[in-house]
Write a protein that binds this ligand. Structure first.
Ligand code: PBG
Length: 328
């Protein structure tokens, strides 16, 4: 009898069948779009390091909301940029701050939009570090109450969920406790649980004016050489009460995405960061790659690795690609 040949190509030659047997299916419901809200009025200004992304003042934030909803992106991740910075980043929990004003406006006008806020201090401190300093070092335990206070100010303004990105030890527990004490036990926390000290954040730091004035973030963000440490950090955050975990950056850390997905039970987000976006934009501007195709393929690879949610500056374009059937 003739040997039965195994021919994987049988499943590839017909376009309909190819779609039928796809392993990874992507939905716009899984997309989150990062947005920068800046102190001021009547501002919508393109960010030079992130072409196609903008700084908005609170009074013009509607334009971002409408673009998201029109494309079918259900959620924004908001970053605040203050007019004034100080040593302890006190503007970060100002009820009248640009971010808090933006949250209030969005929740009033677009209640269906799910609002997540980045909780950190680096955009607000004069030294650009993600916490309070003691002798030129970030003081973990002094920083915790500040982070909790920032998170509380966000939920009081109406944020649906907070996302601490500082990488201090114990911050999830500290935030959870303060939110619970103030009657916000139902507001979830998405933890930037495995956040690496990455050079891929470069364009963001330009956009947010948050590059550290001295030193680097290696004392609190993770060493790119490590993977088990990501699991340790993630499991600690689970214990402290995180509701969603995150791996950041995404493309250079897909092994971490896969590992955390297999070793935990919480929903997992991946943050495709500013440098990933800027690299695609720059290569496309030079005619070296097809921007649309690379955008789609990159996003699919992140979902294929195991991400449930994708935070991406391309969120509206990806939603559109999904709608057109270009991503499966
Ligand atoms: C704040 C924060 C950063 C990013 C998200 N939250 C910058 C950093 O840690 O230096 C980076 C996002 C991006 O690069 O798109 N700590």
């Amino acid at each position: 009898m003739m040997k039965q040949e195994i021919r994987p190509r049988r499943l590839r030659e017909n376009a309909v069948l190819r779609r039928m047997v796809r392993e990874t299916r992507v939905s716009a419901d899984a997309l989150i779009w990062p947005i920068f809200i800046r102190e001021g009025e009547n501002i919508k200004e393109e960010i030079p390091s992130l072409p196609g992304q903008f700084h908005y003042s609170p009074d013009r934030i509607d334009e971002a909301a409408e673009a998201a909803l029109k494309a079918g992106v259900p959620s924004l991740l908001l970053f605040g940029l203050p007019a004034h910075k100080d040593e302890c980043g006190s503007e970060a929990w100002n009820e009248q701050g640009a971010l808090q004003a933006g949250i209030r406006r969005l929740k009033e006008r677009y209640p269906e939009l799910y609002i997540i806020t980045d909780v950190c201090m680096c955009e607000y401190t004069s030294h650009g570090h993600c916490g309070i300093l003691t002798d030129h070092r970030v003081d973990n335990d002094k920083t915790l109450p500040c982070l909790a206070r920032i998170a509380l100010s966000h939920v009081q303004a109406g944020a649906d969920m907070v996302a601490p990105s500082d990488m201090m030890d114990g911050r999830i527990a500290a935030i959870r406790q303060l939110l619970d004490e103030n009657g916000y036990s139902q507001r979830p926390i998405m933890s930037y649980s495995a956040k690496y000290a990455s050079a891929f954040y470069g364009p963001f730091r330009d956009a947010a004016g948050s590059a550290p004035a001295f030193g680097d973030r290696k004392g609190y963000q993770m060493d790119p050489h490590n993977s088990r440490e990501a699991l340790k950090e993630s499991l600690l955050d689970v214990e402290e009460g995180a509701d969603i975990l995150m791996v950041k950056p995404a493309l250079a850390y897909l092994d971490i995405v896969r590992m955390i997905k297999e070793s935990t039970t919480l929903p997992l987000a991946a943050y495709s960061v500013s440098g990933e976006y800027a690299m695609i934009k720059a290569a496309a501007a030079q005619g070296l790659i097809n921007e649309y195709a690379v955008m789609c393929e990159s996003a699919v690879s992140i979902f294929r690795a195991g991400a449930d949610l994708l935070i991406s500056y391309y969120a509206p374009e990806l939603a559109e690609a999904i709608r057109k059937g270009d991503m499966g």
